[in-house]
Design a protein around this ligand. Structure first.
Ligand code: ATP
Ligand code: MG
Length: 401
């Protein structure tokens, strides 16, 4: 019997209400798995025999989040719960998630279409586990094993192969040998899957504590072959897979990977765009890669730290640590605190001031001069004080610069 986590307790009235209306409802998926592993749970998913319209009839506040897949979101006491009708996925096209689902009234049928045995567990409102596919045993043996015949399952949805290696890394599990063989055999099916979906799993793989095993499997099964920009880099990936450190966040993950793949500032953008990373993330990783090049040659200096920003600079220290170089977070913090300015806006003069002093109309010179003032303040040669900057400008520049 499970000691209910707070999130489960909060959701119990939902299960009760569905049952009172004459249907079945269970906790399913990741939350049940993680509870049995004594891990904190993310989101509580509920599966039910009630059809979406029946759920909408039971609860006053619902949102149609994916009604065609049988999912309704129920809003209940400041929280929201995804409630999905038991379903089978009958028509699979192109090895992708099916467009059509068929609602069924049997829990077992629903659990059968789930990816791995450890994800095919259900829990009722009393904390009793329903385990049709030996998921509990596989949890104990730390095994990722497909439900049913692995090859069939990967034909239905090829993303499951990536999910498998992701769970190996995330949970520090091994992969069942039959499941691994089926991935190896069918790895080209991954080509059919949208990069966005692959990326979600790949990042979770990189951030997992069992990354070494996960990446080893990712390489061994040739899944890397059908991931953007990795096909020709088996050796580099193998080197990357030897790293022992835990990767803390996405920027560190992409930066380390880019470093091992020897990406330059020129081609890193394309690489990350192919992976469908956001513009913001691409800029963060580019900035981290630039800083890393400096950092590999010596300590951070004010200029580089100013351009990089504190957060990314700390990420770069983490990357250095992973790579086995000596690091100093304290130094980065102190150097950052001592920066005279943190952005152009902090400079004590503005474009108007400069136009007045030099009696010139705005033009390209203005941006150039501001950039020079910025660099000179950062170098410590010029204090960030309006009167001093104005004097420095009048001494160094005539009005025909
Ligand atoms: P996480 O903790 O990362 O959220 P999770 O197991 O909850 O892991 P989700 O993507 O949230 O993963 O999916 C919830 C559940 O839905 C899974 O546990 C699994 O039962 C099922 N599932 C998700 N994706 C698939 C898939 N591609 N094929 C089959 N079943 C899937
Ligand atoms: Mg989940």
């Amino acid at each position: 019997m499970i000691l209910f986590d707070y999130q489960f307790k909060q959701a119990l009235p939902i299960i009760d209400k569905i049952e009172e209306a004459g249907f079945e409802a269970y906790f399913v998926g990741g939350s049940v798995r993680d509870t049995l592993l004594n891990k904190p749970i993310n989101d509580v998913d509920i599966a039910t025999s009630a059809k979406p319209n029946e759920i909408k009839g039971i609860f006053p506040k619902t949102i149609d989040v994916g009604i065609e897949h049988g999912t309704v979101m129920v809003l209940w006491k400041d929280a929201s719960y995804e409630i999905t009708t038991f379903r089978t996925e009958s028509t699979y096209q192109d090895f992708r998630r099916p467009d059509n689902v068929e609602f069924v009234r049997s829990l077992k049928e629903d659990l059968k279409r789930r990816d791995f045995t450890i994800n095919a567990l259900a829990m009722n409102r009393n904390g009793e586990i329903i385990d049709y596919f030996n998921g509990k045993k596989d949890l104990e043996n730390k095994l990722i094993k497909a439900v049913g015949i692995p090859e069939e399952r990967f034909f239905e949805d090829a993303l499951r192969m990536m999910r498998g290696v992701r769970f190996v890394s995330q949970l520090n599990f091994s992969m069942d040998s039959e499941t691994e063989v089926a991935i190896h055999k069918n790895h080209p099916l991954l080509e059919k899957i949208a990069v966005e979906r692959i990326q979600v799993e790949f990042i979770k793989l990189l951030l997992g504590s069992g990354r070494k095993q996960g990446l080893g499997l990712f390489i061994r099964t040739n899944l890397f072959y059908y991931c953007p920009g990795l096909k020709d880099f088996k050796k580099e990936l193998e080197e990357f897979a030897k790293l022992d450190c835990v990767i803390e966040n996405r920027v560190v993950a992409w930066t380390l990977l880019s470093h091992y793949l020897r990406k330059t500032s020129g081609n890193i953008e394309l690489f990350l765009r192919d992976w469908k990373c956001s513009k913001k993330e691409i800029n963060q990783v580019k900035s981290a890669m630039n800083a890393l090049q400096h950092r590999l040659k010596g300590d951070f200096n004010r200029q580089v730290l100013y351009q990089t920003g504190l957060q990314i600079a700390l990420d770069v220290e983490t990357v250095m640590d992973c790579l086995g170089y000596p690091i100093n977070f304290e130094f980065v913090h102190t150097l950052y605190q001592e920066l005279p300015i943190y952005s152009k806006n902090d400079i004590d003069v503005n474009g108007n001031d400069l136009q007045v002093v030099l009696k010139r109309k705005p033009g390209k010179w203005l941006g150039d001069l501001m950039a020079e003032i910025e660099v000179t303040i950062l170098s410590g040669e010029l204090p960030n004080e309006k009167s001093v900057i104005i004097e420095w400008v009048s001494n160094n520049y005539t009005n025909d610069v």
